[in-house]
Design a protein around this ligand. Structure first.
Ligand code: PEP
Ligand code: MG
Length: 580
């Protein structure tokens, strides 16, 4: 039996069998080559192409597929593309000019081809991007000698152990079969943690070396409430955790009875409690947990899969589906926020030296304006199906907000001239997740219809601590006085201009922070749906006067640890947090 402590990233207890996912992110290597290595790289390409062609033929004959059948024809078209001399020479030309390893050159060439096709008006041409990716993937697999296990294909219940998972892996995995997730890497606000919470999958992250301690098949207990993992537990420990599992279930069932009640303080202030989602399938969970609406739909998850940029129509269908399922409750859709740890295969943000400070979110949208306009068109078209709010991520100052709203206005004009209907009074908000935005919130509040504070990034940028790095996770302090002061500035500036403030970062779903946020004046909380009942329970048993008093005490304290201890003690005594 071996016990490990990590970061409690998603609550719940699982007792199951280890599945070790060894093949992490298929990062495409990138390194310079010399003139005298060109020939060797050309030979590697030829060999990988020949092996990919052999694979295709083997599938065609192995499947006994009809030579006139669809699958056969698709595979044939892949083979012809691979054998096409102009395809090969475009890669070789690029190799000679740029002198990088052949994997990188191939990936760049393919990206260029697909982004051109992805913009085509013709649906047929746009669909060809998938074929190009499939074909290129076969060659890359041979070049990198990997064959990637597919988490989507999991067909028995497992506790998934990985060094790190990309958010796209986490979304694609067969979630019904993943009882829990444990990783070497990651922090509480990394996107994998967020997705695990959204899907109610218990997770412990930042374990540093768990992948070296298991080989697959071991029994394992994972306690996502306390950040504990126990490998090869003895029978007594298993029994203890089974009992704890039962108590947690009872506690949850009690909380669910609050579902139809409002989030109202004892002195009558009504607080909206919303859910965060990444994909439309999560709406059901949001509704089941008694949410008032959706406070954050991370639309970029439509852009993270490898099969090309989503078309306007695909986006429209997803937005429409969410708006319709929420049946008139407000739905805040955030425009594309790729970059950082969310890498889209079609938008090249991954090769930067410092992606967290680099080309991400609104910065991408304001330079790739066609992608942005397509998304805005889809959003406006969908607006007639529900109560839409649009918000822009990573706004750092007024120019970005002005430019984004200007483009939105142009798209409105375009739809009007084409007589395509859309709602005329869609609220447009700014996410406040960069310190410069928080400090200029007074200016932004004159332009925006609402704010939503993204504490995951706001904390990261205020304390200069990577939100996904387990080594510095101890510095990631939501109760840092610097963070609390910024939140106060944002809320006060917004209220002075008469606009409301939501919070959609993970702090909003942390019950320890609920009373502090209430006391600071937050109007709306948005979180992974599972967190709503507990936050509601607290809101319904405290008055604004008490919450303001608590804030009055802690704002004079000097350090994060002092505030953290005071708030935890208060919350524990008054609301019996952490008793399970
Ligand atoms: C945030 O930064 O708090 C946020 C909600 O956005 P994301 O986690 O997607 O960066
Ligand atoms: Mg963010």
């Amino acid at each position: 039996m071996r016990k490990l402590n990590g970061i409690a990233a998603s609550p719940g207890i699982a007792i199951g069998t280890v599945y070790l996912y060894r093949d992490d992110v298929p990062r495409i290597p990138r390194y310079r080559i010399r003139e005298d290595q060109l020939e060797a790289e050309r030979n590697r390409l030829q060999e990988a192409i020949s092996r990919a062609v052999v694979d295709i033929k083997a599938i065609q004959t192995g499947n006994d597929s009809e030579p006139n059948g669809d699958e056969y024809k698709i595979l044939d078209s892949h083979r012809m593309m691979l054998e096409d001399p102009s395809f090969q020479s475009s890669i070789e030309d690029r190799l000679e000019q740029e002198k990088y390893n052949i994997e990188w050159i191939l990936a760049r060439t393919v990206k260029e081809m697909t982004s051109k096709l992805g913009m085509a008006d013709d649906e047929y041409l746009r669909e060809r991007t998938t074929d190009i990716y499939d074909m290129a993937k076969r060659v890359l697999d041979h070049l990198m000698e990997r064959s990637r296990p597919q988490l989507a294909d999991l067909d028995e219940e497992v506790v998934l152990i990985a060094h790190d998972l990309m958010p796209s892996d986490a979304v694609a995995m067969n979630k019904r079969m993943v009882q829990a997730i444990a990783m070497d890497a990651g922090g509480k606000t990394s996107h994998t943690a967020i997705i695990a919470r959204s899907f109610e999958i218990p997770a412990v992250l930042g374990l540093r070396s768990i992948t070296r301690l298991v080989s697959g098949g071991e029994q394992i207990i994972l306690d996502g409430n306390h950040g504990v993992v126990i490998i090869d537990p003895d029978a007594e420990t298993v029994e203890q955790y089974r009992q704890l599992q039962g108590k947690l279930e009872e506690h949850e069932a009690r909380l669910m009875r609050l579902n139809n009640l409002p989030g109202e303080t004892t002195d009558g202030k009504l607080i909206l409690l919303n859910g965060n989602i990444e994909i439309p399938e999560e709406v059901e969970g949001v509704m089941n947990h008694g949410a008032d609406g959706i406070g954050l739909y991370r639309s970029e998850f439509l852009f993270l899969n490898a099969s090309g940029l989503p078309s306007e129509d695909e986006q429209y269908q997803s937005y429409r589906r969410v708006l319709e399922s929420m049946a008139g409750r407000p739905v805040t859709i955030r425009t594309l926020d790729v970059g950082g740890d969310k890498v889209s295969p079609q938008i090249d943000t991954g090769s930067e030296k410092n992606p967290i400070l680099g080309w991400r979110a609104i910065r991408v949208c304001l330079s790739e304006t066609e992608i942005f306009r397509t998304q805005l068109r889809a959003l406006l078209r969908a607006s007639v199906h529900g109560k839409l709010q649009i918000m822009f991520p990573m706004i750092s100052g007024i120019q970005e907000l002005n430019r984004a709203t200007e483009i939105l206005e142009e798209v409105r004009e375009e739809l009007k001239s084409r007589e395509i209907p859309f709602e005329s009074d869609i609220p447009v908000g700014a996410m406040i997740e960069v310190p410069s935005a928080a400090l200029t919130a007074d200016t932004l509040a004159r332009k925006a219809d609402f704010f939503s504070i993204g504490t995951n990034d706001l904390i990261q940028y205020t304390i200069a601590v990577d939100r996904g790095n387990e080594k510095t996770a101890y510095l990631y302090e939501p109760f840092h006085p610097g963070v609390l002061r910024l939140i106060r500035i944002v809320i006060d500036s917004a209220h002075a201009e008469g606009i409301s403030v939501a919070m959609c970062g993970e702090m909003a779903g942390d019950p320890v922070a609920t009373v502090v946020l209430l006391g600071l004046g937050l109007d709306e909380f948005s979180m992974g749906a599972v967190g709503i009942p507990e936050v509601k329970r607290i809101i319904r048993s405290v008055s604004m006067a008490d919450a303001e008093e608590l804030v009055g005490t802690i704002m004079d304290m000097r350090s994060a640890s002092e505030i953290d201890e005071a708030v935890r003690t208060y919350m524990h005594e008054r609301f019996q947090l952490d008793t399970l």
